[in-house]
Design a binder for this molecule. Structure first.
Ligand code: KIV
Length: 258
């Protein structure tokens, strides 16, 4: 059955929501067949598949391209697309046009936007226009050049208070869910208990309403680049290398083709 934003809101308090990223049709199909609830076409495509060292070089064109590939899998999972670096900070008409492109042309069913209370008025207008918005606070990877590094958020009491206020502002703005990235686990639990909308955590402890892991991390595609909180549930990188090596050996030994 197709997962919608309503399904996700109803799952809060019932069972954990499972989300992952995908950037292509095959991964999206496999993730959906395995029962994943939400597929995020993350701007993490920049560091995971495109060879950049952050998400900053990822453009709306790239997001549109990868989102369309994922949507072609026609998964039962909800397909959400990231609004990439800078885009959410233009005027409302341009942001709406970007979201419209991701939804109408690429097939996204929701968008994810990094940013707290300062973006709540924009998110309220978008949801009013029919764009389902998934908020994203805690570590916002698009801020990495300002931050200087990726770090945990909400350990400092003043920062924790600000994050709780951000969470409440985004819920009030109509976000259907909130992603908490690298948020101190006790704060993530407090936010989860305070909000009526589901929280989806990454590196934020076990008490969120759901979890998201980047697909290349959970599949063990590139174990050297894996963050400390992630877990590889398969060794696809090793298996892939074995497959290529077997092919190389078979061709060189004139065993393939027969
Ligand atoms: O782009 C991405 O993969 C993300 C992660 C935090 C899931 O936003």
């Amino acid at each position: 059955m197709k997962t919608t934003t309503l399904t996700l809101r109803k799952l809060k308090g019932q069972r954990p929501i499972v989300a992952t990223t995908a950037y292509d049709v095959i991964t999206a199909r496999l993730a959906a067949e395995a029962g994943v609830d939400v597929i995020l076409v993350g701007d993490s495509v920049g560091n995971t598949l495109l060879g950049f060292d952050s998400t900053l070089p990822v453009t709306l064109d790239m997001m549109a391209h990868h989102t369309a590939a994922v949507a072609r899998a026609r998964p039962d999972a909800l397909v959400a697309a990231d609004v990439p670096f800078g885009e959410a900070h233009f005027d409302y008409e341009r942001v709406l046009a970007g979201c419209q492109r991701l939804m109408q042309q690429s097939g996204a069913e929701a968008v994810k936007i990094e940013g707290g209370a300062r973006l709540a008025p924009l998110m309220a207008r978008l949801t009013g226009a029919g764009v389902p918005v998934w908020g994203h606070i805690g570590l916002e990877p698009q801020q990495v050049r300002v931050l200087g590094r990726y770090r945990k958020f909400g350990v400092d009491p003043a920062e924790a208070e600000r994050l709780l206020a951000d969470a409440l502002a985004l819920e009030k703005a109509g976000c259907f869910a909130l992603l908490l990235e690298m948020t101190e686990p006790n704060l993530a639990r407090t936010i989860t208990e305070t909000l009526k909308i589901p929280t989806i955590g990454i590196g934020s402890g076990p008490d969120c309403d759901g979890q998201i892991l980047v697909s290349t991390d959970l599949l063990g595609l590139n174990p050297e680049a894996m963050p400390g909180f992630a877990r590889a549930f398969a060794a696809v990188g090793e298996e892939t290398k074995k497959g290529f090596a077997a092919y190389v050996a078979a061709v060189r030994a004139r065993k393939y083709p027969k």
